[in-house]
Write a protein that binds this ligand. Structure first.
Ligand code: AMP
Length: 200
């Protein structure tokens, strides 16, 4: 499955919680890129300008990273995985279809968290004071939001047409949002989603 939503919607946090509950791996392209930047790898040196500007990393680099990651055993076998932050545009969605088909897999669900722009900007500015992420300045935040509307919402529309979009209100506490995500998943996959006995 994939999880998408505008920057600051909390998809990284929710992806980790779903991973814990469902026992499946999260593949976060943003995390992969930030690790490369931190470790000063050649890829990191190539992508840092895009991350700092809040731009999308070019598709050829992003698709390569995803193709290599999805070839590893923890996501090839087992129950499935959660893609966090990919695909970000319709060209990446088309590439994902090719990668999954080659691995004998298919996309089952696309989770979308919706939060309005004003709320996101204030959340992200708060996050900036805590994490020091270089792409959490106001101009860059607004640019990332614009890109989300232009580039990534069409991915949600395509998933909706396929009948796999599960859109959830992304406002409220982390627990409330997590509860909504689990409920939406359970409604579509009654046997695959374990009942909540403990809050993780
Ligand atoms: P995220 O942590 O998902 O907000 O991603 C942080 C940054 O990594 C983005 O602003 C982009 O610069 C880059 N990035 C992450 N995922 C992608 C993607 N699928 N395509 C292009 N760039 C991406």
């Amino acid at each position: 499955m994939l999880i998408m939503g505008p920057p600051g919607c909390g998809k990284g946090t929710q992806a980790e919680r779903l991973s814990g509950r469902l026992g499946i791996t999260v593949v976060s392209t943003g995390e992969v890129f930030r690790d490369h930047v931190k470790n000063r790898t050649p890829l990191g040196r190539e992508v840092i300008v895009h991350l700092d500007a809040g731009d999308l990393v070019p598709d050829n680099l992003t698709n390569r990273v995803v193709r290599e990651r999805l070839d590893q055993d923890d996501v090839r076998g087992g129950f499935g995985f959660i893609l966090d932050g990919y695909p970000r545009n319709t060209a990446q969605l088309a590439e994902l279809d090719v990668i999954l088909a080659a691995n004998g897999q298919a996309l089952d669900a696309a989770l979308q968290l919706s939060v309005d722009d004003a709320e996101l900007v204030s959340r992200l500015l708060r996050r900036a004071t805590m994490t020091g992420r270089s792409d959490d300045t106001e101009d860059v935040i607004r640019h990332r939001l614009e890109l989300y509307h232009q580039e990534t919402e069409p991915v949600a529309a395509a998933c909706s047409q396929r009948g796999i979009l599960l859109s959830v209100d992304g406002t409220g506490s982390e627990d409330e949002i997590f509860g909504r995500l689990l409920a939406a998943l359970r409604a579509s996959f009654p046997d695959a989603i374990p009942d909540a006995t403990t809050a993780t």
